[in-house]
Design a protein around this ligand. Structure first.
Ligand code: G3P
Ligand code: MG
Length: 240
């Protein structure tokens, strides 16, 4: 039985089993027993919010396009299962579709706002509206970003949301920033985090998450360091 105090978060779904950031991928993550998934979002030219890691469709799909230059109708025909030859067609999903699926599966969400150079005010106002209509449950949500501009804007527009500061190594001014923006959690790259950093974050009362840890021995030692959650490509190895 998984420990309820230790969250396993499927990174972009369950990418060792299914195409990343897709509806099929999130279903697969739920099948592994994961109660959390992480995903990445960005905006199209017409302010449609979509789930995709990169600013372009090139890496994961059968097309080459810049998402910020597309409108919603132009998503038709994009197959995001290109890296998984045995997988059937997977559309590049709208965030609204994913919200509905996560509600159906009762999955919690670490939503990563990607900084693809769009105005923070515009990105966050679209997200705010979508959350109000499709995913109005702050207990099941953490919004994270590497971009302080995006986090600041979330703090301004969606003050009730739990915010996660994404980083590689822990920035020197992290405490000052965390207080200023009412940060809930620190999401560090595991290989850039020291034991002392981990202790400090926990002692100051923040949740501590790390990404992207895939090896069982590593995951075990990160739990020993006091991690609250581990973001992994292999949720199936740690659940059920
Ligand atoms: O949110 C953790 C992790 O996803 C951050 O890096 O590049 O996989 O989005 P990336
Ligand atoms: Mg991410």
């Amino acid at each position: 039985m998984p420990d309820q105090n230790r969250w396993i978060i499927g990174h972009r779904g369950a990418p060792s089993l299914a195409p990343e950031n897709t509806l099929g991928g999130f279903r697969k993550a739920a099948e592994t027993g994961a109660s959390w998934v992480e995903l990445d979002v960005t905006l199209l030219a017409d302010n449609t919010m979509v789930v995709n890691h990169d600013p372009t469709t090139d890496r994961c799909s059968n097309t080459q396009a810049v998402l910020a230059e597309l409108i919603r109708d132009q998503l038709k025909g994009i197959d995001n299962s290109a890296l998984y030859p045995d997988w059937p067609y997977e559309p590049l999903p709208l965030l609204s579709e994913v919200f509905r699926l996560l509600n159906e599966l009762n999955l919690s969400l670490n939503l990563e706002l990607k900084d693809h150079g769009l105005p923070a005010e515009r990105v966050v106002s679209v997200l705010k509206l979508l959350l109000e209509t499709e995913f109005n449950d702050n207990e099941r949500l953490i919004i994270s970003s590497f971009s302080r501009e995006l986090l600041d804007e979330c703090h301004r527009q969606i003050p009730e949301a739990r915010l996660g500061l994404l980083c590689e190594s822990l920035p020197e001014d992290w405490q000052e920033y965390a207080r200023h923006t009412n940060i809930y959690s620190i999401h560090s790259r595991w290989s850039d985090l020291s034991y002392n950093d981990a202790r400090q974050v926990k002692e100051k009362g923040y949740k501590l998450l790390c990404w992207t840890a895939n090896q069982p021995e590593l995951v075990e030692s990160l739990w020993m360091w006091g991690m609250d959650a581990i973001i992994t490509d292999n949720p199936q190895d740690y659940l059920k």
